[in-house]
Design a binder for this molecule. Structure first.
Ligand code: CTP
Ligand code: MG
Length: 576
């Protein structure tokens, strides 16, 4: 079979996956059932975004007036207020309608802003203008009291839904916990991405998709990464993949009619796949930058292994990384989602470890020679697989449980097939360790790990001989010739070993102090808090091994160019 045929076949498989349509009812049902699988979760959230609009208002007090005005388009089933904090707070209300058509009707009713220049763009992001004859930002709020007969139920509105617990309150909560176990749970509870955060991220994806759907009816923008894999914390970035091989908006084969004989003409692709993707992304970057409401600070990082467009969304206060060619990253998010679902200890434990790594400056929001959150998460998953009583199955075991409906092969031929049905996978852990025991075991395990000679395989759940001289080697579970932690320098790997030793030592002494009377516990940092006590390290700190530096975008270009000329086995992350 030649390459072209194989590619066409893979595109067909991806399409089959994409055409899986979700009705509003099915989506709501799957969300309310409690434990949706990944497809149901993604599909449900996508439909929820289609039923929603985001309206900028003068304050949350505009809610009654907005509700009354917007109810003319349909029945409003939820409302979420949030603030984007600048010099002045900007207020927004996300309204959820009961159907997609109702939300569309509200968007279609939108008018151009006659006072301002700029091309009007159809998008779910709107602005609630003061009623004619009224002026000033306060008016909408004042009319509130006059709004009488049909005041909506106030519990329909959640206020300031993206406000995070400030650092001092979080620490005080952790100090007041009953034990390390509860500290780990509380940290997870208070810092994980909340429902509104997920809604906002799916709206950002929908905005991109809708903006280009006129010209590209098959376009689909899928969120992936920490926004959807269950390991995201409040404020995490949105990773987005834009695809043109789905069939949204096109007639579906499943409609029961024979395939159309009228085929869209397309432009012939003359250049190779990578440079074509780069050109397309350049063009989309310009389009987002010039036309899309809320999109600002657009940066193109097109020389990276996975070319991306980065931008900030000012109505959502959100950083977005848009790619067009990272389908394995999308399926990797599904694997992590499943791992998080398998055992309730997985996510809280990972949150504590990620927070610890951030506190000692092992991780950093910008990509560089340090370990990424994703690599760190892989370390946690592997630790949970290799326990004498494993808490997670190997990926190999998931692959064995795959059925025909689980087959996924990307258009580049990367096989992302694994069993998606957890019941069929049938993994049951007999491990009864508490979260505090697991935390200590994690640090002890990696203080002993031979990073120098051994590589980590989540596919097999065991160590392998290291195939090259990278300081840290984690086999990319879906692209097994690549190393997820290729970017980690020797100094950073050494620093990780030192910090895990410190952490193990701190936690061991915590166990000895666990008999401290409760009154003393309230005043002192104890347990998990002692792991986060690195105020001087919260930013990257120099240490005896090396002088860290922030990686400039231009450095990344150079590195990526070097990597692309020195062979394929480089996988320093989606952006690095
Ligand atoms: N990914 C991957 N291989 C890599 C890097 C990333 O498959 N070498 C995929 C993973 O699914 C990851 C996603 O791309 O979750 C997004 O990468 P990134 O934004 O770096 O990590 P997140 O998991 O989103 O974590 P963070 O909250 O730090 O953004
Ligand atoms: Mg991310």
């Amino acid at each position: 079979m030649n390459n072209l045929m194989r590619r066409a076949q893979n595109v067909q498989l991806w399409r089959k996956y994409c055409v899986k349509q979700y009705t509003t009812e099915a989506a709501s049902a799957s969300l309310s059932r409690g434990k949706p699988n990944y497809d149901e979760f993604i599909g449900g959230r996508q439909v929820q975004a289609q039923r929603s609009i985001v309206v900028q208002v003068s304050s949350e007090k505009s809610y009654s007036e907005l509700y009354n005005y917007c109810s003319r388009f349909g029945s409003i089933v939820g409302a979420h207020h949030y603030c984007v904090r600048h010099d002045d707070d900007l207020h927004y209300i996300l309204l959820e309608y009961s159907t997609v058509n109702e939300a569309s009707a509200a968007i279609d009713s939108g008018a151009a802003n006659g006072d301002l220049s700029g091309v009007p763009v159809r998008s779910p992001f709107l602005w609630f203008k003061a009623a004619p004859g009224r002026r000033g930002p306060k008016l909408a709020a004042n009319t509130n009291n006059n709004n009488n007969s049909q005041l909506p139920l106030s519990d329909l509105l959640s206020v300031d839904g993206t406000r995070q617990l400030d650092q001092a309150s979080l620490l005080s909560q952790l100090r007041g916990a009953a034990g390390i176990e509860q500290q780990v749970q509380l940290l997870h509870e208070h810092t994980q991405l909340n429902d509104l955060g997920v809604r906002m991220r799916f709206l950002a994806a929908l905005q991109v998709q809708q903006a280009i759907s006129g010209m590209f009816p098959a376009a689909q923008a899928h969120p992936f990464g920490s926004s959807v894999n269950g390991f995201g914390r409040m404020g995490c970035d949105l990773d987005l993949i834009l695809r043109f091989d789905g069939e949204t908006g096109l007639r579906k084969e499943s409609d029961g009619e024979p395939p159309s004989r009228l085929i869209y003409h397309t432009k012939e692709n003359l250049s190779n796949g990578r440079s074509q993707t780069q050109r397309h992304m350049e063009c989309f970057g310009d389009m987002l930058h010039l036309f899309l409401p809320g999109v600002c600070h657009v940066r193109r990082i097109l020389q990276a292994r996975v070319p991306i467009i980065k931008y900030h969304h000012e109505h959502l206060n959100l950083e977005v990384d848009l790619s067009m060619s990272n389908l394995s990253g999308f399926y990797m998010s599904e694997l992590l989602y499943m791992f998080g679902e398998i055992d309730p200890r997985v996510r809280p434990l990972t949150f504590s470890i990620r927070r610890w790594a951030q506190a000692c400056g092992l991780t950093n929001p910008s990509p560089g020679r340090w370990i990424s959150n994703f690599s760190l998460t892989c370390l946690v998953m592997y630790f949970l697989q290799q326990l004498r009583q494993p808490i997670l199955p190997t990926i190999g075991a998931l692959v064995k449980a795959a059925e025909a409906k689980d087959v996924r092969v990307t258009e580049d031929g990367i096989n992302c097939t694994f069993g998606r049905d957890l019941e069929r996978v049938g993994f049951q852990s007999r491990n009864t360790s508490s979260l505090s025991e697991l935390l200590l075991q994690f640090f002890e395990f990696y203080s002993q790990f031979d990073f120098h000679n051994r590589a980590i395989s989540l596919n097999e759940g065991r160590q392998l001989a290291k195939p090259d001289h990278s300081a840290m080697y984690i086999v990319n579970p879906l692209e097994q010739l690549l190393n997820v932690s290729k970017n980690v320098s020797l100094e950073e790997c050494e620093r990780l070993r030192i910090e895990v030793r410190n952490a193990a030592w701190i936690l061991e002494s915590e166990v000895e102090n666990s008999t401290l009377p409760e009154s003393e516990r309230q005043d002192e940092a104890w347990g998990l808090l002692n792991l986060f006590k690195h105020p001087e390290k919260a930013v990257i700190r120099p240490n005896m091994f090396f002088k860290p530096r922030m990686v400039e975008v231009s450095d990344l270009f150079e590195e990526q160019q070097q990597q692309s000329t020195t062979g394929p086995a480089s996988d320093g992350g989606a952006t690095a």
